[in-house]
Design a protein around this ligand. Structure first.
Ligand SMILES: [Zn+2]
Length: 154
């Protein structure tokens, strides 16, 4: 196994370990939107999903993310009100990018098995892709103009 394959499979198992359920995935989404405090996450989770996010799920998970270096926290408590604000670190952001890309490719292939990508501009083609043989290989394009641009190299 090469070094890069090894780190890829390590990343994949890291993702699986971290995202053992939907609430955890949603916590990552909320963190990705910007710095947020714990109670804010519980409130936003309820508003947006209609489900309850328990402190017993949230805080150990945040701690886990912090121990992996994905999240940093800042104490913004005022007076008697404790307020710890969590935000993604640079490492956490690149983790999110990988995670969302991976998730996107999983959901896209699950929801849209017939989805094609334009070989010229990269647009996703839901139906009615234009097909053209280029050097003996049939490629999909979003429209004839893209196909023409691709073939003439313009
Ligand atoms: Zn196109």
């Amino acid at each position: 196994m090469s070094k890069s394959e090894d780190s890829q499979s390590k990343q994949a198992s890291e993702l699986q370990e971290i995202l053992s359920d939907f609430s955890q995935f949603y916590i990552v989404i909320m963190l990705n939107e910007g710095p947020i405090h714990g109670y804010g996450m519980i409130r936003a989770f309820k508003q947006r999903t209609g489900k309850t996010l328990s402190a017993g799920t949230l805080y150990p998970f945040l701690q886990n993310l912090e121990s992996k270096g994905f999240v940093s926290k800042k104490d913004e408590s005022t007076g008697k009100r404790p307020k710890i604000v969590y935000s993604l670190t640079r490492k956490g952001r690149s983790f999110c990018d990988r995670l969302f890309k991976r998730f996107q490719s999983i959901t896209v292939s699950a929801l849209e098995p017939s989805l094609e990508t334009c070989a010229s501009c990269g647009a996703k083609v839901y139906e009615g892709a234009h097909h053209e043989k280029v050097d003996g290989v049939e490629l999909a394009f979003c429209c004839v103009h893209c196909a023409k641009a691709f073939i003439t190299g313009q």
